[in-house]
Design a protein around this ligand. Sequence first.
Ligand SMILES: N[C@@H](CCC(=O)N[C@@H](CS)C(=O)NCC(=O)O)C(=O)O
Length: 286
Amino acid sequence: MDFYYSEISPACRSVMLTAKAVGAKLNKKPINLEKKEHLKPEYIKINPQHTIPTLVDGNLKLRESRPICTYLASQHGKDESLYPKDPKERALVDNLLSFDMGTLSQRMKEYIAPVMFHNEKPDPEKKKNLEEALTWLNDLLEGHEFSAGNKITVADFVLISTVSSIIEAGIVDISKYKNIKAWVEKCKSKMNGYDTENGKGAKAFGEVAKSKLPNSESKKDSKDEKEPKDAKDAKDAKDDKNAKDTKDEKEGKDMKDAKEMKDPKETKDPKIEKREKTPNPKKATP
Ligand SMILES: N[C@@H](CCC(=O)N[C@@H](CS)C(=O)NCC(=O)O)C(=O)O
């Protein structure tokens, strides 16, 4: 199976975790979006949407990460536990996969992509939306060990790739979400190859995001150790104002790497449909 990917991409990491869990061997083909390898004619032939991940298994081509995960679990899982066959159990997993696609990862992209790719100021409203989605996930995790019950399913691989990216980017203080915090620790200790398949890439993603976010929680945490609360509040308010007034022009190598994430703004652009046929090398990355 050919797997086109980059480890900085949360979507690709969810597939890597799933493949590791079921022992599916991926013929890994790194795609460097910075070098616009996804826009090369040979890749467009494989995936006209020029996104990663893409999985090619014989005559089957899949270019959406969640169906790739469910396919790998169904085809290679030693039993059905990762993607249950029981209609109700499966519906619960599918529900979580859609929650990640339509809500959690979507809200993460809406918050972070303009900051990472267009040097825009962080929008506090979008951060609130993301926090709201995290509250829902926290509630979903109440009373059981993993997202769909007491066993790992593909929903956990997908959700952890998003949540670990949010944490590493320092967007939120995860200790506010008690159930998520405990679940993350379980994922780290119970998922095969967590560090190589997800942890490393999430950290790389986080480094880039942090360099663009003026007020990331991780930066605040290190300040908390030195500053009393009142001084910190005053400083945070000033930082917020500066973040609004200042446009970060810095465009380092790390940022180029980060352009591997898709900008939700672009997905809403009707022009995107044209891009399928005529890739625009200037616009296409994130
Ligand atoms: N729905 C897709 C989203 C994939 C996606 O947005 N991939 C980004 C990297 S995280 C990408 O390929 N961006 C390059 C582009 O859109 O041209 C999935 O989950 O598989």
